[in-house]
Design a protein around this ligand. Sequence first.
Ligand code: IMP
Length: 210
Amino acid sequence: MKGEREMEGPVALSDAHDAPADPVAPFAEDYERDIQRVLLTEEQIQGKLRELGAAITRDYAGRVPLLVGVLKGAFVLMADLARHVHIPVEVDFMAVASYGASTQTSGVVRILKDLDHDIEGRHVLLVEDIVDSGLTLNYLLKNLRGRRPASLEVCALLQKVGIQRVPLDLRYVGFEIPPEFVIGYGLDFAERFRNLPYIATLRPEAYREA
Ligand code: IMP
């Protein structure tokens, strides 16, 4: 079982049904029928967050970074990542309009909730769930840079490979994944699946039924 847990790459959900101790054991019956394939297990995600947290702890030693989470998707990541950073941090959130029930980016970003903090002179680390086209992040970085932080870096849990439409400099990236639509660990389709502890793809029927 240990070997399987350490396995890199995609994990089929059906494997979990045969082996109840597997980290991708069924989570919620109503979700299970919509899930096609588990890309990243809870263990893989948590292991990576420990690494990212250690790197952030090291890189920001002696400073008090402001972790800025991009809602809604980053709410789970922010909670877990912040607990792996072993220096004082402050936390703030921005909310931006997401896809709604579609899986295509519009490229139009609307700020629904702005920061509570003034970030001038602060060391800001933007915490993003996923970088797809990169348009959201590009917009947010430009916007935040205009507020004159002392530094501005990005920690993204997931980066889809080969489809960014703008060049982005990402300081911390958890996993590079294929350019597929994924759900779980904060990421939604039509507002569902955010509470899954793992990251998965959906069966085509799940999109049609939404
Ligand atoms: P981008 O502007 O295309 O990089 O998309 C950014 C936002 O779109 C992310 O912060 C997510 O909220 C959402 N998004 C992009 N790809 C996915 C996905 O595969 N699943 C769920 N949400 C996604």
